[in-house]
Design a protein around this ligand. Structure first.
Ligand code: 9MR
Length: 344
């Protein structure tokens, strides 16, 4: 993309996302090794923090038991430090993107004791390697159920260790990097039913003295869903526990989840204006909630690289972010900037 700085704003006194919000919460973006290069200038102009989209997940960073692959993560940390960006590590424990070896012992399933040892070894190696250099860690990702149950029971972590893997993960992470702020991160985190599960989990962990510092509300949302009132209520509810809150994975799909057709052949002006109103409303809310919010991160930088091109429908183009495929600011970007007027 390589957009010239002068060609798209951010000059001397001009507003940028990080200038507008940097005193209120950090403005982050999820990056891949490729977008870190292709969108480098844009990232430095607009963002104050980075989340690795995939490279620090257990699968990529710890592909087999005896070997870690830290190359990409090291590069990201170096880039962040050279440029004064903070890093939000993602993620130490997840049921997804984890090597199958983690849960096996030869031909058998790993025992609870073996998996516990691996959990500690994985966390102490990854969080320990970057000790003091990671501002926030998503320690456990998506451990709760979207259905009637409480925990995500089909996670191999839960199946083998029961719910204790969650508190153990936080304790191991705190030992490995005592300075890092430790988060529980989930989607549907503003849905009132799941919100209460997350609230209950967090209160129980806190009661036990588990080092939990924040809740990550992922924010994979759409033009119509969720209602703003639910977003506000969730931020308030988590903050009432004395926890930090972050919006960790924001994107606004042009499709509702139930829509499976490719309804749009391009990002029409009308569609992008609708999306801009939505982003504007959200950032205005984030501005008002600045005291409770530690950060707001978009799940990507620009519309040329988004997981939503393949979810929930493969090969259906989406335009969910604040910058277009050329790295130019979209109407959504200007609406997000406008929201900063609501900072008290
Ligand atoms: O954006 C990530 C995509 O590239 C991966 O293929 C996918 C694998 O499940 O994970 C995506 O990121 C997810 C994040 O790690 C956790 N919350 C949901 C995100 C979107 O699926």
């Amino acid at each position: 993309m390589g957009t010239a700085l002068s060609a798209c704003g951010g000059g001397k006194g001009e507003p940028t996302l990080k200038r507008a919000y940097g005193e209120t919460f950090y403005v982050g973006a999820a990056v891949s090794p490729e977008t870190l290069v292709s969108d480098g200038e844009l990232i430095l102009r607009e963002f104050g923090g980075l989340t690795p989209e995939n490279i620090m997940k257990p699968g990529p960073i710890h592909p087999v038991e005896s070997r870690y692959d830290f190359r990409e993560a090291d590069r990201l940390l170096d880039f962040a430090e050279e440029n004064g960006l903070l890093v939000h590590g993602h993620t130490l424990v997840w049921h997804n993107q984890t090597g199958a070896w983690m849960f096996r012992d030869g031909a058998e399933r790993a025992s609870s004791a073996l998996l516990d040892r691996r959990l500690e070894e994985h966390i102490s190696s990854v969080a320990g390697r970057y000790r003091g250099r990671i501002a926030y860690w998503d320690v456990v990702n998506e451990a709760l159920s979207d259905g009637p149950g409480f925990y995500r029971e089909d996670s191999p972590w839960y199946e083998i260790m029961g719910p204790e893997y969650i508190e153990k993960a936080f304790r191991y992470a705190h030992t490995a990097d005592p300075e890092a702020r430790l988060y529980y991160n989930d989607y549907n985190a503003v849905d009132p039913v799941k919100r209460e599960k997350i609230y209950t989990l967090a209160s129980e962990l806190l009661e036990k003295g588990v080092p939990l510092h924040g809740i990550g509300i992922q924010g994979h949302w759409s033009l119509e869903w969720p209602p703003l009132a639910d977003v506000e209520a969730a931020i308030d509810r988590y903050a009432s526990l004395g926890l930090e809150v972050q919006i960790t994975e924001l994107d606004i799909s042009v499709y509702e989840f139930r829509e499976r057709e490719a309804l749009y052949d391009g990002p029409s002006r009308e569609l992008m204006e609708r999306q801009a109103r939505r982003y504007g409303d959200l950032y205005a809310l984030f501005a008002r909630k600045g005291d409770a919010l530690a950060g707001v991160t978009t799940w990507g930088v620009a519309d040329d690289h988004t997981w939503l091109d393949n979810f929930p429908v493969k090969n259906r183009k989406n335009w969910p972010l604040l910058f277009d495929g050329e790295g130019e600011p979209k109407p959504a970007y200007y609406a997000a900037l406008e929201g900063a007027k609501e900072i008290p």
